[in-house]
Design a protein around this ligand. Structure first.
Ligand SMILES: Cc1ncc(COP(=O)(O)O)c(C=O)c1O
Length: 375
């Protein structure tokens, strides 16, 4: 039996065909017709005017913050419960992430806490330079509240939608909220280019500046002329071709992940002390990863025991994200909030959810979890 991964790439004949077609075209560079087409197709899919294809989601976060005017010494509000890239991009600019807790009913940024910080900083005349909201595991954050707060305090909002391509909130696509949105296409995401990312924005000026900065700020001269120091952040044309093929199958992948999520909910229903990640009624998730909370006192085993039991059967699962304010990379960072994110980390487990997961493998996962339960 082969190992079951958390979220393995799901490739088909269309991916192979389009990749080889790009190869044969000899556009083997971080520029070419597939880059242009991939940008157009992601922009159309998300309902945002511009998309800029980049080498990673982290690069897209970095450029978004730069465009938002974040500078050395600034503060940027980020959720503590996220992957480190969200906060790493803040530190690339010499700015300081201020870690904010998730709300008690969701695993995303708590708007009430964001308001608390914005009010306090406004009082001392030192507003943060930006707020980054994350759509964790495919669940969208509370954008009506966050957008209205950011408007009120005149602070740019960036949407880290790295995990949420195809999710929606109040009928708007994830990535379309705030001044810029960010997607990741790394190997475990709902669609992948092996590595890659996209910055989406309604601003023509931001899109043009992002393209310039992503290509070493090369000016249109016959010789190399640079008016600024930029980055080598563009996506390869070969990988854009792969991304285009993957995007064509996005809805099928979301539907398969939705079925997997429903089968977990059904299969684990009624077991004591195990509960699914909360989902918002205001939107639809792409179900990137199905995660559960395991209360060891009720369930009879803790999250780690369940993870190791799955590992014994060569099945990958993963603890939910360790909050960033607890990471050694951010010593003495502190947290705004009471620590809901810490409980999510203590009890949370992400289950195999890849769109290529077979029903038989998923049944094995469910059976192994059931064996651990006190019933
Ligand atoms: C929430 C979040 N933000 C940012 C990133 C960074 O994306 P990338 O790995 O493409 O740089 C990821 C994923 O890796 C992520 O999950």
């Amino acid at each position: 039996m082969t190992r079951v991964f958390l979220s393995a790439p799901d490739m088909g004949t269309e991916e192979r065909r389009m990749l080889l077609e790009a190869f044969d075209s000899n556009w083997i560079a971080p520029v070419g017709p597939d880059v242009v087409a991939f940008e157009r197709e992601v922009a159309d899919r998300t309902g945002v005017e511009h998309a800029v294809a980049l080498s990673s989601g982290t690069a897209a976060l970095h450029l978004s913050l730069l465009l938002a005017g974040v500078e050395s010494g600034d503060e940027v509000l980020v959720p503590s419960l996220t992957f480190i890239a969200t906060a790493a991009a803040v530190t690339y600019l010499g700015a300081r992430p201020v870690f904010v807790d998730c709300s008690s009913e969701s695993w995303n940024l708590d708007p009430a806490l964001v308001e608390e910080v914005l009010v306090q900083r406004a009082r001392v005349g030192r507003p943060p330079a930006a707020v980054i909201a994350v759509d964790l595991y495919g669940e969208t954050a509370d954008y009506p509240a966050l957008e209205s707060l950011c408007r009120r305090f005149n602070v740019p909002l960036i949407e880290d939608s790295a995990e949420a391509l195809g999710s929606t909130h109040r009928h708007r696509e994830a990535g379309s909220f705030g001044a810029a949105g960010v997607f990741s296409f790394n190997g475990n995401k709902i669609i992948t280019t092996s590595g890659g990312g996209m910055l989406v924005t309604g601003s023509t000026a931001w899109a043009e500046r992002a393209r310039l900065l992503a290509t070493h700020a090369k000016e249109p001269f016959s010789h190399f002329e640079h008016v600024a120091v930029g980055y080598s952040y563009r996506l390869s044309n070969l990988l854009a071709a792969l991304g285009r093929a993957q995007l064509r199958g996005l809805d099928r992948r979301i539907e398969r992940r939705r079925q997997i999520d429903a089968a977990y909910r059904d299969g684990l229903h009624g077991l004591p002390g195990i509960s699914p990640m909360p989902c918002t009624a205001a939107g639809t998730s792409n179900h990137w990863l199905t995660c559960v909370l395991i209360d060891p006192d009720c369930f009879g085993a803790d999250r780690e025991k369940v993870r190791l039991a799955l590992e014994d059967a060569d099945i990958e699962s993963r603890p939910t994200l360790k909050p960033l304010h607890l990471q050694p990379a951010f010593p003495n960072a502190g947290l705004v909030g009471s620590g809901h994110c810490t409980r999510v980390f203590d009890q949370g487990l992400c289950l195999p959810t890849g769109s290529a997961l077979s029903s038989a493998d998923q049944s094995r996962v469910i059976d192994i979890i059931k064996v651990q339960a006190r019933v």
